[in-house]
Design a binder for this molecule. Structure first.
Ligand code: NOJ
Length: 784
């Protein structure tokens, strides 16, 4: 992607290179017979169409191209659309251009096959929702589903019919920039979020109004790249692959996801885009996936770069036969268009069979028929503004941001601040992210109206009204060492300050803090510091933010730290010295309002961490579901595996405070013993023991004490976010049965559910102390 987008810059000089995608001039110009009626079965319609297609037209359906209007002109692509050499486009977001391209396809091409328009609709389109890592922090699948259905409707409004989301890569290394795009470290939480997103995008039927086809990505193992470096090789043992990295993808398939994207990196020495084990054996044969597979951008050609394929033609052969149906590429890049340039010849040479081509083309055509594109290829441009400006979308974005924030620390109940508190007549909102409309939204945002995004400074100002003086100072500047691909696309490169300016701004911020009654520090990362090609060698607070934090926090004023970021950052100093820390992630268009709602108690925080929060970079990788060592877990902080810092994280997985308190009690199992294959109910009472209404997330963890293979010390197997009034008590129920207790045994090389004693815990995070046991006996044994 990185390379191809740099190439994009040069694209205007390369108009002619697009012609490289052409394989041969279309030979058939016979008038097209009327399209089959919609009532005919999709299979028959595909058969009929396939029977009329030339090999070049078939290969055209397997070719998807980028169109970036910043760098390209529509005329560049139209000849290839007209001659049937392109079947799909991505990154076209202007409905007029979508209609223009579609018109060429359905009115001027020989077979009149509509184009399929795809785009990265990751966390919103016009209305931006919190980044996926934040949405996962809500532990609220219903909310996630609603948010993605809004995103789908806004994208669909401009003619986009397919999103390259959800990203389902488990991420256990926060140095990896793309941790922001997923649901964090846990396969169970990841699976629930995966299914919710698929439902949100596709609804019951992706062809119905306001829905789009989803694409699970990046299949598979991309989150395990060495050192957290983007695109780096992943080496994942089978047990870890099946138990940790694949479950969210399986959940998406079970939820009916319509497409999948192959990954860039090597998995156990085989690149994802040439990986027949993943794409054929696991995805199709074992899981029964019926949709189509698209490569990541230029990933087919990348098989040569990987040292896997001999040349572009060999790359096309390997990707197609491994199970990649559609090649995504960037026009003009020398490694792009491997299918377009090679498949016809490969068929002529007999290396690829006509059936292999037909199999891939069939899947693409099936998707186009199922999406109703043949009947309704165009988008109604007159409806875009109404759909995009639906106030309900903004309302939901605000609720989503409220529910995604995680209160990490709140010493002395500093939060919530009290509106109208006579002791507070001035508030300083300080930090490089405090008034940045761009950064409140996060990565993968291209087409929203940035001016409508609400910053924390704006949110606080609106919240407290004119009687309180609210002032802002950035304090420090923030920039990557080298520009991100998105800075190039979005045309943004934050200007670095001069040394003199740095000193002056720092002083200004500290003096503003000194003269204010309360300080809200907004620190973290700008939007391009996480996401694709945005890995970091450390998780330190970038730039001089720690110095600013220390300078401001030692003034003796109440300080609230609000984090705007896409990954856990090293905040150990803050965790010991700053009384209140609120993790807002990149909370989206309504982020500033939502943060202000939380800071001033109009909403109560209830989000929970979807990742273990390291104390420092040196602890990475750190995740709660690790296996125990030869020593009992309870001893780990005494016989530590590090002598310089504790083995425990700064904040555990699942952690998140509220403005009220909760107690968990009376943990019980419906039966103390059950047979393999049976289910038991686990019940716990949760009570709001404080004085405000609030949300708690009851989390069920299990541990299999012994078996054919060692199992993690704890594994999340159920959760429910509940709202309780003060004093209210509720019983939460979970089921523990085959689905929860089965795992892939590295010893037996198979899925097993074993007789064993299981520890169960239910509580507020992965360290929950309340525990009981469940004995599982062999299915054949006779219970007393
Ligand atoms: C490359 C990224 O890896 C992938 O996630 C994205 O969907 C494609 N580019 C298209 O933008």
């Amino acid at each position: 992607m990185l390379l191809c987008l740099f190439v994009a810059k040069l694209a205007s000089m390369r108009l002619k290179v697009v012609a490289c995608f052409a394989i041969a001039v279309a030979l058939f110009v016979a008038p097209v017979t009327a399209q089959p009626r919609a009532s005919q079965s999709v299979d028959r319609r595909v058969d009929e169409l396939l029977s009329r297609m030339t090999i070049e037209e078939k290969v055209g359906q397997l070719n998807q191209l980028f169109f970036l209007k910043q760098f390209m002109k529509p005329e560049m692509l139209e000849p290839d659309i007209r001659s049937g050499k392109v079947g799909s486009l991505l990154f076209v977001t202007d409905p007029a251009i979508i209609n223009r391209f579609q018109k060429v396809a359905v009115e001027n091409s020989r077979l009149k096959i509509p184009l399929l328009f795809g785009f990265d609709v990751i966390h919103g389109f016009h209305t931006i929702f919190p980044v996926p890592l934040a949405m996962a922090s809500s532990w609220d699948p219903a909310l996630v589903e609603q948010a993605q259905s809004v995103a789908a409707s806004e994208a669909r409004a401009v003619g986009i019919r397919w999103t390259f989301a959800p990203m389902l890569d488990i991420a256990r290394d926060p140095r990896w920039g793309r941790i922001v795009e997923g649901a964090g470290e846990d396969p169970y939480l990841g699976s629930r979020m995966a299914a919710a997103q698929v439902r949100g995008f596709q609804g019951e039927d992706p062809s119905s109004p306001g829905r789009v086809l989803a694409c699970m990505k990046h299949f598979a193992g991309y989150g395990a790249g060495s050192g957290g470096r983007d695109y780096d090789s992943a080496f994942i043992a089978d047990a870890e692959l099946f138990n940790v990295y694949l479950p969210p993808f399986k959940a998406a398939v079970d939820a009916g996801v319509g497409s999948a994207m192959s990954s860039y990196m090597d998995l156990n020495d085989v690149p994802g885009t040439g990986n027949a084990f993943l794409l054929r054996d696991v995805l199709r044969k074992t899981w029964g996936f019926k949709g189509f597979v698209v490569s990541d951008a230029n990933a087919v050609g990348n098989l040569v770069t990987h040292g896997f394929a001999e040349d572009k033609s060999d790359a096309a052969y390997r990707a197609l036969t491994a199970g990649v149906d559609l090649e995504m590429s960037f026009p003009g890049d020398p490694i792009a268009g491997a299918y377009a340039s090679s498949l016809t010849k490969l068929v002529q040479e007999g290396r690829v069979t006509k059936n292999q081509i037909d199999e891939a083309v069939r899947r693409i055509l099936e998707a186009k028929f199922r999406l109703g594109l043949f009947e309704n290829p165009y988008v109604d441009e007159s409806r875009v503004a109404t759909i995009h400006n639906d106030p309900e979308h903004r309302r939901l974005a605000r609720v989503a941001a409220q529910r995604s924030t995680v209160l990490l620390r709140n010493e002395g109940s500093l939060l919530p601040l009290v509106k109208g508190d006579p002791k507070i007549s001035s508030v300083a909102v300080i930090g490089p992210l405090a008034d940045s409309k761009r950064d409140i939204r996060g990565s993968w945002v291209f087409v929203d109206d940035v001016n409508r995004a609400v910053t924390v400074f704006e949110g606080v100002r609106a919240k407290v009204g004119s009687s309180v003086k609210v002032e802002y100072a950035p304090g420090v500047d923030l920039a990557r060492a080298y520009p991100s691909i998105f800075e190039i696309i979005n045309g943004r490169r934050p200007a670095a300050w001069s040394e003199a300016q740095k000193r002056a701004e720092f002083e200004k911020a500290v003096s503003l803090a000194r003269s204010s009654d309360v300080i809200i520090l907004v620190l973290g990362e700008h939007e391009e510091m996480s996401g694709e090609a945005a890995s970091q060698s450390t998780i330190d607070l970038p730039g001089q933010q720690l110095e600013l934090l220390k300078a401001v926090s030692t003034l003796g004023k109440p300080v609230v730290l609000v984090l705007i970021n896409g990954r856990p950052l090293e905040i150990s100093w803050a965790a010991a010295n700053v009384p209140a820390i609120l993790e807002a992630w990149h909370p989206g268009s309504e982020g500033g309002n939502a943060v202000a709602d939380i800071l001033y108690g109009d909403a109560t925080p209830g989000g929970k961490l979807p990742v273990t929060w390291p104390r420092s970079t040196g602890q990475i990788p750190i995740f709660y579901a690790h296996n125990t060592t030869q020593e009992p877990e309870t001893k780990k902080n005494f016989t530590s595996r590090y002598w310089d810092i504790p083995t425990s994280p700064l904040y555990p997985f699942g952690h998140g405070l509220s403005y009220t308190t909760f107690s968990f009690s009376n943990l019980r199992v419906s039966k103390p013993e059950m047979k393999v294959g049976e289910s038991a109910e686990v019940l716990v009472d949760v009570e709001n023991t404080g004085r405000r209404a609030g949300d708690e997330v009851a989390q069920l963890y299990i541990h299999q004490r012994y078996g054919s293979a060692s199992r993690p010390v704890r594994e999340l197997k159920g959760f429910e976010r509940i709202t309780l009034a003060p004093g209210q008590k509720k019983t939460v129920r979970f089921t523990v049965g085959k689905a929860e207790l089965t795992y892939w045994s590295g010893a037996l090389r198979d899925w097993v559910q074993e007789p064993a004693v299981f520890d169960l815990w239910v509580g507020a995070d992965a360290t929950a102390p309340l525990t009981t046991t469940l004995r599982v006996v062999p299915a054949s044994s006779v219970l007393p």
